[in-house]
Ligand binder design. Structure first.
Ligand code: FAD
Length: 485
């Protein structure tokens, strides 16, 4: 008997290798109908931001091209997932719909409805894990609850067997007799109409091949020094895999497989301390998903409830927030980070921590403003990791930096960008400042500033807040919060 077609519903798993749903569809036999649906309503409060949409456009193009090399193609649609899938089932006579799972609360709720409804109509519906080493519902602490501290979480995960990469061997994918209706990727209008994305093209190669290449390069050339270099934003020392991981162009099982292969060559796994630290960072991504799954309100509410009453500062006209977003705070390391974000859709992790601390503690503006801005401007915007990052920085999340630890932006700049490569690249108006004053140009004697062409308040802002005053105010606010309880 002829096996009916399987719809493989691509979501945040835009790759052909290590794709459990795709492999299962191929094993089922019958034709495979690869589909991507832009379903903004299905994302709940968090439809994709501008930078993510840019990435998605490129990634869908790459996926379609890879599918074409295998005698297949990507069917693209826009609308409510369930309606689109039902229509496609009708058009193709598909008997099964497979996908890889996602863990955002709104998406889980939507997928449950989709699964039940399709199954009710007699379809075989199956979902798989391709995004994580360990799915959140599979990991519990000794008390049977979710972990809230990273170290024991990760120790527990490392004691488990690591899932193997799913190898997709098929060189061609069986195509349906007739392809269903599809729109062009361009019709999704994912690219911006104002060309703020010019810098993105040079910074990234979205798609599965780009991800694989970057992982290979990182493991071979950079990973050994990752432990020392990962905090230096002016150095190419981190993997920059985050957007590839977010869109599922590469998965953690593949990272483990590549690291293991490297270990085999050198006789130890991980091959060196740098690789070990890198794998631990990928563990933070797993932990972020664990937290979001078990604490689904955290994208908008602090995990530590007392922080809901935090006395945020007022910001008439949104002036301070605007200065932060535009990289015009007068603190060079903060401004460099915010400008790197705008220009490339990504910011180095060390600087993410600095700018987040600055927003929450120096400007005393709610972390939710920062999380929303990041959501719109990051190519790796990820509800789990972004929520964890912001709640960590604001001191209100699981395993967070304590609120009273305020990052001093000048010291951070001096410590991690002492040679000034990073600030000079992203804040070119300070390029000629000598190192000694680069991270605090207001402290430079007037003649030094003039010689460097820096006119405070004219071509580079004076600091929007004084560090010590702002720090004291933040600590006072924190004390008041504690006193109220
Ligand atoms: P590497 O240092 O090479 O690390 C490898 C991988 O590990 C990363 O690609 C990422 O998937 C994961 N990882 C590393 N650090 C973390 C972390 N702290 N939390 C979770 N996963 C981690 N990361 C996102 O992917 N999306 C976000 O929206 C996001 N928002 C953040 C917001 C704030 C305020 C902060 C402080 C951090 C945020 N991060 C986010 C985490 C981290 O900054 C990025 O994952 C990292 O900078 C990506 O660069 P990389 O790929 O070179 O990382």
């Amino acid at each position: 008997m002829k096996v009916s077609s399987t719809i493989i519903w691509f979501r945040q798993d835009l790759r052909l290798q290590d794709n459990a749903a795709l492999q299962a569809a191929l094993e089922r036999g019958g034709a495979v109908v690869p589909v991507y649906i832009l379903d903004e309503e299905g994302e709940g409060r968090w439809p994709m931001g501008g930078a993510s949409r840019w990435w998605l456009h490129q990634s869908l193009k790459a996926l379609d091209a890879s599918l074409k090399e295998r005698g297949s193609r990507l069917v693209v649609a826009q609308g409510k997932s369930l309606e689109v899938l039902r229509k496609l089932v009708k058009e193709t006579g598909a008997g099964a719909v497979y996908w890889n799972r996602r863990y955002e609360p709104a998406v889980i709720a939507r997928d449950k409805v989709v699964k039940a409804s399709l199954a009710e109509h007699g379809l075989e519906v199956k979902s798989f894990n391709s995004a994580l080493l360990n799915e959140p519902h599979t990991i519990v602490n000794k008390a049977g609850g979710p972990f809230q501290v990273f170290t024991p979480y990760w120790r527990h995960c490392l004691s488990l067997e690591t899932a193997e990469e799913v190898v997709v061997k098929a060189k061609t994918f069986p195509a349906p007799e007739r392809w269903p209706e599809s729109v062009e990727i361009e019709a999704l209008a994912l690219l911006p109409t104002i060309p703020w994305d010019a810098g993105f093209y040079a910074a990234w190669t979205p798609g599965e091949a780009g991800a694989k290449k970057r992982l290979g390069y990182f493991l071979k050339k950079l990973a050994a020094d990752y432990g020392e270099q990962r905090d230096l934003p002016g150095v190419d020392g981190v993997s920059r895999l985050s957007p590839h991981l977010h869109f599922g162009e590469i998965g953690p099982r593949q990272i483990w497989a590549a690291a293991r292969a490297q270990g085999k060559e050198s006789g130890v796994f991980p091959a060196n301390a740098g690789v070990q630290t890198f794998l631990k960072e990928v563990g933070w991504r797993e932990f972020a998903h664990h937290l979001l799954y078990h604490f689904p309100k955290t994208p908008v509410q602090p995990l530590r409830e007392e922080f809901a009453e935090f006395p945020w500062a007022s910001d008439p006209g949104g002036k301070k927030l605007k200065a932060w977003k535009r990289g015009l705070t007068g603190y060079p390391i903060v401004d460099a980070g915010m400008r790197q974000l705008w220009a490339t859709g990504w910011m180095h992790n060390r600087v993410r921590m600095v700018v987040a601390s600055f927003l929450v503690k120096h400007l005393r503006l709610s972390w939710t403003h920062g999380a929303e801005w990041f959501w719109d401007t990051l190519v790796d915007a990820d509800l789990a990791s972004n929520t964890l990052g912001w709640q960590w920085s604001a001191g209100c999340g699981a395993d967070a930096a304590p609120y009273f630890r305020v990052f001093a932006p000048v010291l951070q700049g001096v410590k991690f960008d002492g040679g000034g490569e990073y600030v000079r690249q992203w804040v070119p108006e300070l390029a000629k400042m000598p190192d000694a004053f680069l991270h605090a140009p207001w402290e430079a004697p007037e003649e030094v500033r003039l010689k460097a062409g820096v006119r405070l308040g004219e071509n580079y802002p004076a600091p929007v807040v004084d560090h010590k005053t702002a720090r004291d105010a933040a600590l006072e606010a924190f004390k008041a919060l504690k006193a109220e309880r």
